[in-house]
Design a protein around this ligand. Structure first.
Ligand code: PLP
Length: 445
């Protein structure tokens, strides 16, 4: 492999754009070359920003999951990145899906060959019509954390298999979800009693330690809380069969989180013969799989403006150059506002060359998005080569989680498109073979 030849889409997934073998870096560069060719041909907007999605990275994360958490079935959190290729890949690999809306449920089911039992409707506060629709589609497993939800379910989908979402410590996470969801343990007996009274079936417990969890030891306390809810359920006349350990898995801390979870589950649930354990990982699967290439569309000096066009100010405390690129916080970089991320630009190409000598002098710069809003700042301070000009390209890694899914078209700017690659080397070959086998088995081919 290593070339950039598209392989036939039909070999893996029907009706999707071509996949490429070869390293994503190659495709970032290919995209730039194609863009500049189009520009030379006079095509409008040829400098458009674009993502490169390396599906072999998603595949590798799944292998990592299976190696570290073989007993826990991942139900991928669709909200994190509902890319159709990612969903099809994970479907073919046997994952389940955490959906939060009618739209996500339809998208997953439209893949074909997915039994509705592979979906958990993991939104504890749903509209009546959404619950009814889930019931109509056979999506029975759904979370709740309040009494009103039980009344709604009793009315609209009485056969539902309910999962009580409990509150756990989320103070060690980038995004704390406990502000909005999760029943405190003291309220759980009341919820279970009401469910019994309404003749509803509660089958298990779920929690979420918060998205982007940087202290995996919190999983241990969460599991012990889940254990006490299993015991409360016994007292209320339910026999729980589902333990859902939620999301929050960070790439760099995954092995540590897996070890904490494995130990805690073994300690609190030593007999798991009648218990299915699932999780709802989102960013773990996709964060590293997507990179973004963005074009420098404008450049200026910060105030006070200088008369020079060369921007040669040396390093000081303040950025001496402002670069404007063609994606920003209203687009892919909404993760800066919504997901507490920090963007780290690097130079993809400069003056048509992919090689930036390490001796190239740098200066403090700021990077801005294309919209007319001053909140649209991608990076307030970073060192970039002094010679960067309009038309050069910047790259951004780790752009797969909570980016493209929440991008808007504010000010008339399009959402950046995705180019797909199967990555290079042995893992691409292995994935290719596995996928064909899985896809054939699932009836996708
Ligand atoms: N499950 C639920 C209910 C969520 O709200 C989220 C994220 O907000 C996730 C799973 C995915 O979390 P993460 O991307 O941190 O794994």
């Amino acid at each position: 492999f290593g070339g950039s030849e598209p392989i036939s889409e039909a070999t893996i997934f029907p009706s999707l754009p071509p996949l490429y073998f070869g390293h994503p870096e190659v495709h970032l560069r290919n995209g730039i070359i194609n863009a500049s060719r189009l520009a030379n041909d006079g095509e409008i907007d040829a400098e458009k920003a674009f993502f490169v999605a390396d599906l072999s990275q998603v595949f590798r994360q799944h292998q990592r999951w299976l190696a570290c958490l073989p007993e826990i079935t991942p139900f991928y959190a669709v909200k994190c990145n509902p890319d159709p290729y990612v969903l099809r890949l994970l479907a073919a690999l046997g994952a389940g899906f955490d959906c939060a809306s009618n739209g996500e449920i339809s998208q997953v089911l439209s893949i074909g060959g997915i039994d509705p039992s592979r979906i958990i409707f993991a939104n504890p506060c749903k509209a009546n019509s959404f619950i009814r629709n889930a019931g109509r589609l056979g999506v029975d497993t759904m979370t709740f954390d309040n009494i009103d939800e039980l009344y709604k379910v009793a009315r609209t989908h009485p056969r539902a298999k309910l999962v009580v979402r409990i509150l756990t410590d989320d103070t060690k996470s980038l995004c704390q979800l406990g502000l909005k969801y999760g029943a405190p343990l003291v309220t759980v007996p009341g919820l279970l009693a009401k469910a019994k009274e309404l003749q509803l079936d509660v089958i298990g417990v779920s929690f979420h330690v918060g998205s982007g969890c940087y202290d995996p030891t919190v999983y241990s306390d969460a599991i012990s809380r889940a254990r006490s809810v299993f015991d409360m359920a016994n007292d209320a006349g339910f026999s729980f069969t589902l333990l859902d350990v939620g999301g929050g898995f960070e790439d760099a801390l995954f092995e540590q989180a897996a070890a904490v979870l494995t130990d805690a589950i073994q300690q609190h649930f030593p007999d798991r013969r009648n218990i299915k354990v699932i999780a709802e990982p989102g960013r773990f699967y996709v964060s590293k799989a997507f990179s973004l290439a963005a074009n420098i569309i404008a450049r200026r000096a910060p105030f006070p403006d200088t008369s020079t066009t060369e921007y040669t100010t040396t390093l000081s405390d303040h950025p001496s150059v402002m670069y404007y690129i063609n994606d920003g916080v209203y687009g892919a970089f909404n993760c800066i506002l919504f997901d507490h991320q920090v963007a780290h630009p690097y130079v993809l190409s400069m003056d048509g060359s992919f090689h930036v000598p390490s001796s190239e002098p740098v200066c403090l710069s700021s990077v801005w998005g294309p919209t007319c809003d001053s909140i649209d700042c991608v990076c307030p301070k970073t060192e970039l080569p002094r010679g960067l000009r309009v038309g050069d390209w910047l790259g951004f890694d780790n752009m797969g989680a909570y980016t493209v899914c929440a991008a808007s078209q504010f000010n008339g700017f399009e959402v950046s498109k995705v180019v797909y690659t199967l990555g290079g080397g042995a893992s691409a070959a292995e994935m290719h073979n596995k996928l064909i086998a899985f896809a054939a088995e699932a009836g996708l081919l």
